[in-house]
Write a protein that binds this ligand. Structure first.
Ligand code: SF4
Length: 229
């Protein structure tokens, strides 16, 4: 991931503090948040790419029961992996995960890399998944910008941003506001996702209950009803 070049935005310290405090009280207890095992993290990230959390919560333990390690997955038949994925849809993810397991076992002694650039050379791993694995498994301070995080960053820091270059700007801000200490960065990225999934959602921005409202360019000064979008 590129080094920090964007200046830390105004109010970032308060943003972090308020978000982390809120997360400690409101975080959902999700199984992939209880582990730092890179294999388990990568399985959850592949599943979450296009599937709701509640559905992944059902399938995640089943998949790990069947393939408890990356070695088990690498040795499985493609048809068997597809069958285990049945019900989650978007089967290309299962095929990529299976290919990834085989590459990691064959070429990397079964060790999933911690470096985002290296991770991005693996099948099915894009910028988001690389950052997520580096941060959620290895506690590296890497930005993880999924749809939810992009929305929060946009509303909080760049409410008028549009056009080419928007995504790049959002990533740069997400990296600039990220705490540098790995464990704190882990919690901060999880908290941003949680906020985007439960408070600052695509359907409604519930600014009236939002922990970062005081430092959010969209939420600041809003009435009690929040803003519908
Ligand atoms: S204050 Fe409103 S717009 Fe800003 S992050 Fe919170 S919910 Fe989203």
């Amino acid at each position: 991931m590129s080094p920090k070049s964007t200046p830390v935005p105004l109010g970032a310290v308060q943003f972090r503090r308020c978000l982390l405090r809120w997360y400690r009280r409101h975080a959902r207890d999700l199984p992939w948040r209880r582990t730092r095992d890179p294999y388990r993290v990568i399985v959850s990230e592949f599943m979450l790419q296009q599937t709701q959390v509640s559905r992944v919560e059902l399938f995640y333990p089943r998949f790990l029961d069947r393939y408890p390690t990356i070695g088990h997955l690498a040795r499985a038949q493609a048809s068997e992996v597809r069958e285990t994925w049945e019900g989650l849809g978007y089967y290309q993810r299962a095929a990529n995960l299976h290919r990834l397991a085989r590459v990691v076992v064959r070429e990397l002694d079964g060790v999933i890399p911690d470096d985002p650039a290296r991770l991005r050379t693996l099948p099915g791993v894009g910028r988001y998944t690389a950052g997520a694995v580096a941060c959620f498994a290895y506690e590296r301070p890497e930005a993880t910008v999924d749809t939810n995080v992009a929305r929060v960053i946009r509303r909080a820091y760049h409410p008028r941003l549009q056009g080419p270059g928007s995504a790049k700007r959002i990533w740069a801000t997400a990296q600039a506001v990220l705490p540098t200490r790995g464990r704190t960065a882990w919690a901060f990225n999880q908290a941003l996702m949680e906020l985007g999934a439960t408070v600052c959602t695509a359907r409604v921005a519930r600014c009236e209950i939002c922990p970062v409202r005081a430092v959010c360019k969209t939420g600041r000064g809003k009435g009690e009803k929040g803003k519908r979008r």
